[in-house]
Design a binder for this molecule. Structure first.
Ligand code: P6P
Length: 336
């Protein structure tokens, strides 16, 4: 369905326009997205001054993932928790930086939404000025709005997401939002502090000419992914390799230009590296709304039921033709 938008449509205007199509809407989702956009602007401001604001480097702490926490990781996590906890729209947050779920204060039990968030993905790239991102997913709670949220509100397949997106902190700051009717891109104009609609309807080509995988691990791959990547490099194919090592940046390029991103299971990470709740699921929701596909090499990502809030999965994501071909090769690569 092609939706027409006027030049200079702000994120707020876009959200209010959508609101009119949902008669039962209370405005909590609009409020939630405004909170996410505000947190994104605050993080963008710091990212753009990271070398000057004393935010380079690590805090010296190790997070629940066993990764060194960068100073900007901590700032991004605290900024998102503050933006989500006290506005009445959110009842629970799952963050990459938090070992357990974060329940918003008791007075906000009425919050309808559960948010999964990687506050700053790719933070190992901060010090070298490469693009990093916030990735988020949004569920409507299943538990009653009178009481506290429950783990069952978030340990559910990504197919039940109601929205997902990411905020890219790169040459510009861009918020990409997927809702049931499509995928939309908003670019931040820092001179006025507003996100403006710049990509009214993002659709991923069924087949592109880019593949993104870290071939440094090729010795740890299964035979299927090895066969598939070799096939892309065979003489006469039109593929080129691009790999930034920042998930949302690699994903965004392929979303706009076509292609496939792969982070397969390896002997070191037999269940994959990337996290289902706040990395794979949100991007899988986005790619499917843009006409693409995402699997773990065997099963659609959005059909996987999380075993824990930090559940890891292998990921193959991009154009529907490439994902089908890769999954066909990879389905025997790992036991589960
Ligand atoms: P590797 C960043 O740390 C991250 O989680 C993703 O953003 C990125 O796609 C991946 O890890 C890169 O991992 O093992 O290739 O360095």
């Amino acid at each position: 369905m092609s939706v027409q938008f006027e030049e200079g449509t702000t994120l707020d205007r876009f959200l209010m326009d959508q609101l009119r199509d949902y008669p039962g809407a209370t405005g909590q989702f609009v409020n939630l997205m405004q909170s996410i956009a505000l947190a994104g602007k605050m993080i963008s401001s710091r990212v753009n001054r990271v070398g000057l604001a004393g935010l380079l480097g690590s805090t010296g702490e190790v997070n629940v993932q066993g990764e060194f926490v960068q100073k900007l990781d901590r700032y991004a996590n605290e900024t998102f928790l503050r933006a989500l906890e006290h506005r009445g729209h959110t009842c629970m947050v799952v963050s990459e930086e938090e070992g357990e779920v974060v329940l918003t204060p008791d007075k906000w039990h009425s919050g309808r939404y559960v948010v999964t968030v990687d506050p700053l993905d790719g933070s190992s790239n901060i010090d070298v000025n490469a693009t990093i991102a916030t990735i988020f997913g949004v569920y409507r709670r299943k538990s009653s709005e009178g009481g506290p949220a429950e783990l069952a509100d978030v340990l559910r397949p990504g197919r039940e997401l109601v929205a997902a997106g990411y905020i890219l902190y790169g040459s510009g700051t861009m918020l990409v939002l997927a809702i049931d009717r499509g995928v939309f891109g908003f670019s931040l104009d820092p001179t006025v502090g507003e996100f403006f609609l710049s990509h009214p309807s993002i659709v991923v080509p069924a087949r592109g000419s880019i593949f993104s995988v870290n071939e440094g691990y090729a010795a740890e791959w299964g035979p299927g992914i090895t066969r598939y990547v070799q096939s892309l490099k065979a003489p006469g194919t039109k593929y080129t390799a691009r790999y930034i090592g920042s998930l949302a940046a690699d994903f965004h390029r392929n979303l706009l230009k076509g292609g496939v991103f792969l982070y397969p299971a390896t002997t070191t990470s037999p269940r994959g590296k990337l996290r289902l709740l706040y990395e794979a699921n949100p991007l899988a929701y986005i790619i499917e709304k843009a006409g693409g596909a995402a699997t773990n090499g065997r099963t659609p990502i959005l059909e996987i039921r999380p075993g824990s809030i930090h559940h890891r999965v292998p990921l193959v994501i991009g154009g529907v033709d490439e994902v089908r071909e890769a999954t066909e090769q990879m389905k025997d690569d790992f036991a589960f």
